[in-house]
Design a protein around this ligand. Structure first.
Ligand SMILES: O=C(O)CCC(=O)C(=O)O
Length: 316
């Protein structure tokens, strides 16, 4: 009897993603030709939790014309920024049986640009990606080139962003599949970013496991050691690489449906809270994103329920 009930719950969970998709998930990420009004942004995108790519939202930013490697060298080249360094481009990702976090280095931005241009060598793959409002805390000199928030989004959401992040990295730097509790406005200033997305409703097909956290340590000789973070709790993370999913191990993922999109320079992706995302980029891509904390409303609670049922029923 209990087994029959559990089977019924699993069946419902397997059918849920397609039903949700049919009702509200687009086949491709739609484009808007101009920024929406706060009302339209909230009504058409935030409330239904739908992504879109917005064109002509950044054209008033001086950054769009100015931000080149020579300009960054001249204005903020001497500033030290926090840089994630990994042997393979994957920071905060499952590698083997560990959740691997990057080595962190303080490097001058000029030095990072030299490495990206191949003028100097540094072991591993570099990614300026410290997600603690690093644009405001580490590179405030760049602020006059853009805005500290997105006015129509701040008005729609009734708050200011929790973080404004600056991203600059190697083509080999990849952000592994994960989700955040932020309404994310992701602006590409130069180059392009490739996003692979899954709606939150695909959760029953997306595996999570618990991993021992570990950090890469870069030795003087330029090799990487893996050092376990013994004081830290195990980290729940997605072991699956959506670009080469191990379907023998995670067969349910074949039923998930990814949406892929490329965000070009001058475009802004609205990535709704709780959407799973995997991100790649062109070499030396420069981007800025705004994280607005999500509303912890009924939609959030429903997602938590989906997450709990997926785990409790052993679908994971
Ligand atoms: O640009 C990236 O590499 C990752 C972006 C991301 O994960 C985020 O904005 O939440």
């Amino acid at each position: 009897m209990a087994e029959a009930a559990l089977d019924a719950v699993r069946r419902e969970l397997r059918e849920f993603p397609a039903a949700a998709r049919e009702l509200s998930v687009p086949l491709a990420v739609p484009y808007l030709d101009e920024p929406p009004t706060p009302l339209h942004f909230y009504r058409d995108w935030v409330c239904p939790n739908r992504p879109c790519i917005i064109r002509n939202a950044l054209q008033h930013w001086p950054a769009l014309q100015k931000w080149s490697f020579p300009y960054l060298r001249a204005t903020v080249g001497s500033i030290e920024v926090s840089v994630a360094v990994t042997p393979d481009g994957y920071a905060d990702a499952v590698r083997g049986d560990r959740f691997m976090m990057p080595a962190e280095r303080r490097l001058s931005l000029s030095y990072v640009l030299d490495v990206l241009e191949g003028q100097t060598q540094h072991p591993g793959v570099l990614y300026v990606q410290k997600q603690c409002s690093n644009l405001l805390t580490e590179l405030p000199q760049l602020l006059p080139d853009l805005e500290s928030h997105v006015p129509w989004a701040s008005e729609a959401l009734g708050k200011m962003p929790d973080a404004v992040n600056f991203w600059l990295g190697d083509v080999a730097a990849v952000t592994s599949l994960h989700k955040d509790h932020y309404e994310n406005l992701y602006c590409v200033v130069s180059g392009e970013k490739h996003f692979l997305l899954h709606p939150p409703s695909d959760r029953p097909f997306i595996p999570y496991e618990l991993y021992t956290p570990a950090t890469y340590h870069l030795t003087e000789e330029g090799s990487f050691n893996v050092v376990d973070e013994e004081a830290m709790e195990k980290v729940p993370w997605i072991p699956l690489d959506p670009l080469a999913p191990d379907l023998a191990r995670y067969p349910s993922y074949s039923q998930a449906r990814a949406l892929c999109c490329t965000v070009q320079a001058g475009e802004m992706l609205y990535l709704p809270a709780l959407w799973f995302h995997h991100v790649q980029q062109s070499h030396g891509c420069i981007a800025v994103n705004y994280w607005y904390d999500m509303e912890y409303d009924l939609k959030y609670s429903y997602f938590q329920l989906l997450d709990s049922l997926t785990k409790a029923s052993g679908l994971d």
